[in-house]
Design a protein around this ligand. Structure first.
Ligand code: SAM
Length: 402
């Protein structure tokens, strides 16, 4: 490794090194770097070159490929390249649907266990985890339940922040004064999440593509994986969704971000029509669903023949709008998520919902017959399982501020 005085801004990412980097990053965590992101990747990784005293990207790529240093550095590189944008009570309509329609259903399903577990997969700095936790704590349906919220992310830096549980103003852009008063404590260095919320939250590092490590999360009643799949390639999305299917209890619910869906990804879930949103549900064996009424996701669209094309068009137009969004920025990090939150994508999700509703009308009878056929699934473990790898909760994490 060369260690001499140098100007990292002189380092340029040649197309062949960018190709190698894309493959390495994609192979490790599924992140789908687009060809037109070379300049921003170059800009973001220069910091790593400077820290390591490396003058050329070619040398950096060789380091990433090497053992044993390579894997650790690949995680550092990925940390520079991922979008970690998040804030409290993001996508409030979805949290309302969770509170008003999903939690009551999950509470009925988990009545004998008296324990409800939610996993926030790709939780970034933890705001989503704590938002879910407050929603659970507020629910009258869950009185007397043991509540657990697991947060996992590939980024150790984000998880350290999540465990610190102290946040600045930008994390509260969608928080009402009442929520802030109720769930946070003001400190000189920011707002600390209240003790009773932190007590039920646990964090651990997990690469969603390392399915063999995921059993540490145990079986869960609901998974939030929002604004993560959009950054992954199609093959990785499928692997992650298969993992979620395996980790959910039968009847468990999967909630995605507003621009994400399972179309062209998986037919293993049912679609839940909620008043304000869509969610996915791992089918229960047998029949007798509680409301809201589910339908087999994506499969129903297939059976509605004519809708297949328009739905995949929808999916690809979502991909296109993501690319367009990616095009439109000079810095990838924050503006990407802000744009993805824009009305355009929200509208496309509403249109998708309407199409799927029409599909349901057409395919209901065939679906109902098929759904009555029990789906085999592994026997759930007696306990929900251990925490995510390296997880720390109240005891292990630094919850007391900076
Ligand atoms: C935009 S944030 C989403 C945060 C939160 N879910 C939300 O919607 O507000 C995406 C997060 O996914 C994480 N991520 C991306 N690929 C991952 C992978 N393969 N395994 C685990 N986390 C991943 C990133 O580190 C990042 O923190």
């Amino acid at each position: 490794m060369t260690r001499s005085p140098f100007l990292p801004e002189e380092a340029h990412l040649a197309p062949e090194d960018f190709r190698a980097l894309r493959e390495l990053v994609n192979g490790y965590c599924g992140l789908d770097l687009l060809p037109d992101q070379r300049a921003s990747v170059e800009r973001r990784l220069r910091e790593r070159l400077a820290i390591l005293g490396i003058e050329e990207f070619g040398e950096y790529v060789r380091l990433l490929r090497g053992d044993p240093l390579g894997k650790g550095e690949l995680e550092e590189a990925i940390d520079c390249l991922t979008t970690n944008e998040t804030y409290f009570f993001r996508e409030a309509y979805q949290l309302r649907a969770f509170r008003d329609e999903i939690i009551p259903m999950l509470a009925r399903q988990a009545a004998s266990r008296k324990r409800l577990t939610v996993w926030s997969a790709g939780c970034s700095t933890g705001e989503e985890v704590y938002s879910i936790a407050t929603t659970l704590l507020e629910s009258p349906d869950l009185h007397g339940f043991e509540l657990l919220v697991y947060g996992s992310d590939i980024s150790k830096r984000c998880l350290a922040h999540a465990r610190r549980a102290t946040y600045g103003l930008s994390a509260f852009r969608a928080t009402t004064p009442e929520q802030k008063r109720r769930w946070f404590v003001e400190r000189p260095d920011g707002w600390l999440v209240a003790d009773r919320v932190r007590q039920i939250c646990h964090f651990g590092q997990l690469n969603l593509l390392e399915a063999e490590r995921a059993p540490a999360v145990g079986r869960v009643d609901a998974i939030f994986c929002r604004n993560v799949l959009i950054y992954l390639d199609a093959r990785s999305r499928k692997r992650v969704i298969d993992l979620f299917h395996e980790r959910l209890y039968p009847g468990g619910v999967l909630l995605l971000g507003h621009s994400e869906s399972l179309i062209n990804v998986s037919t293993a879930f049912e679609l839940l029509h909620l008043r304000e949103d869509l969610a996915y549900r791992r089918p229960v064996s047998g029949f007798g669903f509680a409301s809201p009424r589910p339908m087999r996701a994506a499969k129903a669209v297939d059976e509605a023949g004519a809708l297949r094309d328009s739905s995949s068009e929808q999916a690809s137009s979502q991909r296109d709008s993501q690319s367009a969004l990616r095009d439109s920025q000079s810095g990838l990090r924050d503006s990407q998520s802000a744009l993805r939150d824009s009305g355009t994508l929200r509208d496309s999700r509403t249109r998708l919902l309407e199409r799927l509703a029409r599909a349901e009308e057409k395919s209901d009878r065939a679906e109902a017959t098929r759904l009555r056929t029990p789906e085999p699934f592994p026997t759930p473990p007696k306990e929900p399982g251990s925490r995510p790898p390296g997880a720390t909760g109240r005891d292990g994490g630094n919850k007391g501020g900076e």
